[in-house]
Design a protein around this ligand. Structure first.
Ligand code: 1PR
Length: 562
């Protein structure tokens, strides 16, 4: 008897388990169909793709028992796919849903915005007089999805009686939570929505059982989109992780990807001597991750920067770091480095999907793919078609495209623009008169590299970005070897070039040196998120200062801290 969690075997359900542990709630996993009868309340944290979720439920004989459980009137809380599966159907899948709510799940229109809808957005109560179920009008919640239930009381009057909150993305209004009778569901991820999300989960779990079975229907309210949606711009803190010369995993930070100390120096406290040639050590990954979560980072990123040398599944310390970090941070966590087909020293083979799966089970929400994405696009361009075998395709198919980030490591190739007649002519950028002095009079294109910049490949960033989008990536993280660690600001030409050539969300990275650089990148490029490492590690600029500067410049941000 008690609280049960349903895991259909795909995606990161560990985050919700970690939230419950943090909040002090005991739970049991549903392991076979007979467990539904033992549950007195059920949480279903669906992540990934609708089709995969329905198929997994069916394969494990859980689909019908889940429907029966919900219809029995016992408390149910579905998250993301756990909410979508209540609907009749999804355009994402030929399989029908549970058909408890009579309307379809449809795709966002990407004509005016990036899809997936990824980031922190508001949720407006349909009936402000009723119990809010813990949803706060002043809070932001973390969403990540390409499909949604569109809010349309005229077309779907019965279904819209379930709408508890609506959210606006671009000019589309969709149902961001549902509630009726014993059922509650959120399209957003409360387990990834910081303190606001934890409070919502706790409120649902602490409600007396009788209050769970009597939620009223929502009134059918006509709503119109506002001129602007409330999706916030995200600030991401990134930790490059590698083993130092003593074999400990440390957060390091390079200058143009060189992470070794250049000269003997002393830290601020003058207590620790730094040795020339040693791996720069800026702290322990889990402690830093916890610090950034508490300081209000909207997302965290851990990049295993030397993983190409090892088999990632043999890399237990990195998995342990992810597990420990996921236990104390409740915002999205991306893990990168070594996401590829690999072979252990004993000859055991692992597919990229298995490697990603190990990180998801450890608590990662997204994986980022670097080198392997370059190879995949090279193959795509050679053969002219996607064959479904690349790491991007196999992981996106199993876990949803929103779980696949591509980390791009470009380097400028300087050319003489008067005489250049190579294949990248349309992508050549000329240094602007009002740009950096060192760029004036120069022209360049951006070449892709692999293995952390150690090898350049015959591929431009535009070719890579368009290729990975075609293969099913959900987001692009743009690093810049030229700007990394320089503090000169984001490479706005590079960010603009990629942003205007893809529809998926883009994260700008490398070069942030002061808070104004974040204002510049959001104002001039329209990217969804900006990432920094060095200035946060060295505490030169606080995340709260960045957000204040953005807010003063009229850019919407989430100001809540943990
Ligand atoms: O190729 O799939 O195994 O992935 C390897 C990953 O490791 C890639 O994401 C690649 O970017 C990263 N990586 C490899 N070598 C390095 C290095 O620094 N020597 N780090 C490296 C990339 C760049 C950013 C950095 C920003 C912001 N680091 O992560 O955090 O540039 O820095 P700043 O704000 O201080 O300027 P695979």
């Amino acid at each position: 008897m008690g609280l049960y969690l349903l895991d259909y075997g795909a995606g990161n359900v560990q985050s919700l388990a970690n939230s419950l542990t943090k909040l002090g709630h005991q739970f049991t996993w549903i392991s076979d169909p007979t467990d539904f009868a033992k549950a007195t309340s059920l949480l279903f944290p669906g992540v990934g793709a609708f089709e995969t979720a329905v198929q997994h439920l069916k394969d494990r004989g859980l689909f019908e028992p889940l429907r029966e459980y919900i219809l029995s009137g016992k408390p149910y809380f579905g998250i993301c796919i756990g909410m979508q599966v209540l609907f009749e159907s999804s355009l994402e899948s030929p399989s029908p849903g549970l058909s408890i709510i009579p309307s379809p799940i449809e795709r966002f229109d990407d004509a005016d915005k990036s899809v997936p809808h990824m980031g922190w957005n508001a949720a407006d109560l349909v009936d402000a007089q009723e119990d809010s179920e813990g949803v706060e009008a002043s809070s932001y919640y973390y969403f990540v999805h390409s499909y949604c239930a569109k809010y349309n009381p005229e077309k779907y009057p019965e279904a819209m009686k379930w709408a508890h909150t609506t959210t606006q993305y671009g000019q589309e209004l969709f149902v961001s939570s549902v509630r009726k009778g014993n059922v509650f569901g959120t399209q957003f991820h409360p387990e990834k929505s910081g303190a606001a999300g934890l409070a919502l989960i706790d409120a649902w779990l602490r409600k007396p059982e009788s209050a769970h079975t009597s939620a009223p229907s929502a009134p059918l309210v006509k709503r119109f989109p506002r001129p602007e949606h409330q999706l916030t711009k995200r600030i991401v803190a990134c930790m490059d992780v590698r083993a130092n010369d003593q074999g400990d995993l440390v957060v390091t930070k390079g200058d143009q990807y060189d992470v070794r100390e250049k000269e003997v120096a002393h830290t601020n406290s003058s207590t620790v001597a730094k040795t020339a040639g040693a791996v720069r050590n800026l702290g322990k990954p889990v402690a830093l991750a916890a610090r950034y979560y508490e300081a209000g980072a909207d997302e965290l990123c851990l990049l295993n920067i030397t993983s190409f040398r090892h088999s990632p599944l043999q890399d237990q310390p990195m998995l342990a770091v992810v597990r420990a970090a996921a236990e104390c941070i409740f915002v999205p966590l991306t893990i990168g480095g070594g996401i590829k087909d690999s072979v252990d020293p004993d000859g055991t083979k692992h597919s990229a999907r298995e490697v990603a799966g190990a990180y998801f089970r450890a608590g990662a929400d997204k994986v980022s793919i670097g080198s392997e994405a370059v190879y995949a696009v090279e193959r795509l361009r050679e053969s002219g078609k996607a064959d479904g075998t690349s790491a991007i395709e196999t992981i996106a198919h199993a876990y949803g495209r929103q779980a696949v980030v591509i980390s791009v490591d470009p380097r400028r190739v300087y050319v003489d623009h008067e005489t250049y007649d190579g294949p990248y002519g349309e992508e050549v950028i000329k240094g602007k008169p009002d740009g950096l002095e060192s760029d004036r009079g120069k022209a360049w294109w951006y070449q892709c590299t692999i293995s952390g910049g150690r090898e350049s490949r015959p591929l431009s960033v535009v070719q890579l970005s368009q290729g990975v989008e075609q293969l099913g990536a959900g987001e692009i993280l743009i690093n810049s070897i030229d700007r990394d660690g320089t503090g000169l600001g984001f490479d706005l030409d590079l960010v603009n070039l990629i942003k205007k050539n893809v529809k998926i969300p883009v994260v700008a990275s490398s070069g942030a040196g002061k808070k104004e650089h974040f204002v510049d990148v959001f104002k001039t490029t329209g990217v969804e998120a900006a990432l920094a490492a060095g200035i946060f590690h060295r505490e030169e600029v606080k995340i709260s200062e960045v957000k204040e500067a953005l807010q003063s410049a009229g850019i919407n941000v989430r100001k809540e801290v943990a």
